[in-house]
Design a protein around this ligand. Structure first.
Ligand SMILES: [Zn+2]
Length: 263
């Protein structure tokens, strides 16, 4: 029997691996190419990030599927079958969003580097000093670079969570498509990053169609927007290991000095 705790543990593991993969990319960026406004290079960096998260997102889909199946089995039912194609669709949908965020953040970072460089040039700073400055920001993970790095970290974290959540959601949607009277309970993680909206929704039960109006977890209807880490479980589901009135605590990852730390 898989449990919420196991599910979140697996997803966190995939997140950690994805982060370890992408930190290397961040610190290998050639800052002078950003400074020069080399768009081809900027595109390449985006693709590298996408490739860096691909594998772990796929792994995460499987965790979402497994968790869906175990929840259904625990309620005494037989889970509907999610085919490879179904999972591919969930992956494509979650990747479109993740890629959109990667594009946004890399573009903004590249634009910020250029704006800052223009300012330095307006003040007659030497070109070599400007490049040295940017490289130093990157090497020492100082404000300009750490802001970028933290945003990337969040995107990777969300991306891995999203893949699992989409696979899980797809399963639930199909499983209960012909049973409109099933109530679903909102489960929040409950750590210090949980937003006030999600905290308030924790433990509340509604019909699937009502949640479609109120907003599903990670639909963006909550303060945490698309970073929501909540999940809906059928009301009849009882996790042996977990009292749903006591929220879980999930791992958080931080990047400091080019290394990954857990809080
Ligand atoms: Zn939430």
């Amino acid at each position: 029997m898989a449990t919420l705790r196991k599910y979140w543990h697996d997803v966190d593991k995939a997140t950690e691996q994805a982060l370890l993969d992408v930190i290397k990319i961040a610190f290998a960026i050639n800052m002078s190419k950003f400074y020069e406004g080399d768009d081809f290079y900027v595109q390449r960096i985006k693709s590298m990030y996408v490739r860096g998260i691909e594998y772990n997102m796929k792994e995460s889909l499987q965790y979402g599927k497994n968790f869906f199946e175990s929840v259904i089995r625990d309620t005494g039912n037989i889970p509907v079958k999610l085919s490879k194609r179904d999972l591919q669709l969930a992956y494509n949908r979650s990747m479109i969003i993740t890629r959109g965020y990667i594009n946004l953040v890399v573009d903004e970072f590249a634009a910020e580097v250029r704006v800052m460089a223009n300012n330095m040039r307006a003040l007659d700073m030497k070109k070599e000093s400007i490049i040295t400055y940017f490289s130093g920001e990157q090497r020492e993970n100082r404000p300009l670079f750490s802001r970028f790095n933290n945003r990337i970290r969040k995107i990777i974290d969300d991306g891995v969570d999203r893949a699992a959540a989409f696979a899980y959601h797809e399963g639930m949607k199909r499983q209960y498509a012909s049973q409109p009277n099933v109530q679903f309970t909102w489960v929040a993680v409950g750590d210090k990053r949980t937003c006030p909206d999600c905290r308030a929704r924790h433990g509340k039960s509604n019909l699937y169609n009502e949640w479609r109006t109120i907003g599903f977890p990670r639909a963006g209807f909550t303060f945490c927007l698309l970073s929501c880490r909540c999940i809906l479980v059928p009301e009849e589901y009882v996790d042996d290991e977990l009292d749903l009135s006591k929220p879980l605590v999930r791992k958080t990852f931080k990047i400091r000095g080019g290394k990954l730390y857990q809080d």
